[in-house]
Design a protein around this ligand. Structure first.
Ligand code: NAP
Length: 265
């Protein structure tokens, strides 16, 4: 992604969880293209280094830190290191997420259910918990929770995932209320289906369990979106850019739906 030099986020530090690939990678690249220093995080070090290098080659600023969001010690280390190096944390995007097993609720084991919550809910909680004190010290900041259309409407698959995405939606509203007085804006983003490894794996799983080719399933998914196709990671990244930019200074506790019309039905 080319450096745009509109400088909407010049010099701001942005921690993007789960930015080693998928939507998080696109968010980090778009924020850096507007002057932010993106802190790329995730568990796949090679991919994280790749994303950071690609941002730097395009003239942006980025660095990779290994981070499993379920590990509070690692969350503490990454947030502390960012604050100590740059003197501030302006932006946190709680993007890291997993789909979890695709089976009915009653077939889940407690461990399977809890692991999806550990990553998608507790992981986001831990990042917010550790970032807020630094944001307060500097007089403000921006937090975005990447929820889903399934934080708004239901579906008859991956039940734990949908429950976590509904949690993310309300977590954003609670934090918006709690920290408005601290000049910290908090919003949620609700993507429709976006072509990433998460969705590719989901379709592979469906094709193995229910039959049909991945191409057929992809066509069905495209048709489920009134606009005629699923989205791409940048569709979400530009929404996040808006929310964390000064143009959105009156926007907090809001839910930005980016879904090709999926939830309008
Ligand atoms: P993805 O392609 O599977 O990427 C997920 C990212 O999360 C990767 O960078 C992964 O990196 C990271 N991650 C997973 N577990 C982690 C952990 N324990 N600690 C830290 N990072 C972890 O998924 P995606 O489609 O880009 O989804 C990103 C977010 O958007 C998720 O919250 C998802 O719920 C949401 N979303 C996606 C869609 C969609 O259609 N794609 C729709 C609605 C909402 P590592 O493997 O390197 O750790």
């Amino acid at each position: 992604m080319e450096r745009k030099d509109n400088g909407r986020l010049e010099g701001r530090t942005a921690i993007v969880t789960g930015s080693t690939y998928g939507i998080g990678e696109a968010i980090a690249k778009v924020l850096s293209s507007e002057g932010a220093i993106s802190i790329i995080t995730g568990r796949t070090d090679e991919e994280g280094e790749r994303v950071a290098e690609e941002i730097k080659s395009a003239g942006g600023a980025a660095e990779f830190h290994h981070l499993d969001v379920t590990d509070e010690k690692e969350v503490d280390e990454v947030t502390r290191a960012t604050y100590e190096k740059y003197g501030k944390i302006d932006i946190l995007v709680n993007n890291a997420g997993i789909a979890g097993p695709n089976k009915p609720t009653h077939e889940y084991t407690r461990e399977e259910w809890e692991y999806v919550f550990d990553v998608n809910v507790t992981g986001a909680f831990l990042c917010t918990k550790h970032v807020v004190p630094y944001m307060k010290k500097r007089g403000g900041g921006n937090i975005v929770y990447i929820s889903s259309i399934y934080g708004i409407v239901g579906a008859q698959d991956i039940p734990a995932y949908h429950a976590t995405k509904a949690s993310n939606r309300i977590m954003a509203k609670i934090d918006a209320l709690l920290y408005a007085k601290d000049n910290i804006r908090v919003n949620s983003v609700h993507p429709g289906f976006i072509w990433t490894p998460l969705v590719k794996d989901f379709l592979t799983d469906q094709s193995e369990n229910l039959g049909g080719t991945i191409e057929d399933l992809r066509r069905e998914l495209d048709a489920a979106h009134p606009i005629g196709h699923i989205g791409e990671p940048n569709d979400i990244a530009y929404g996040v850019l808006y929310l964390v930019s000064d143009e959105a200074k009156f926007v907090t506790g809001s839910e930005l739906v980016i879904d090709g019309g999926y939830t309008s039905r």
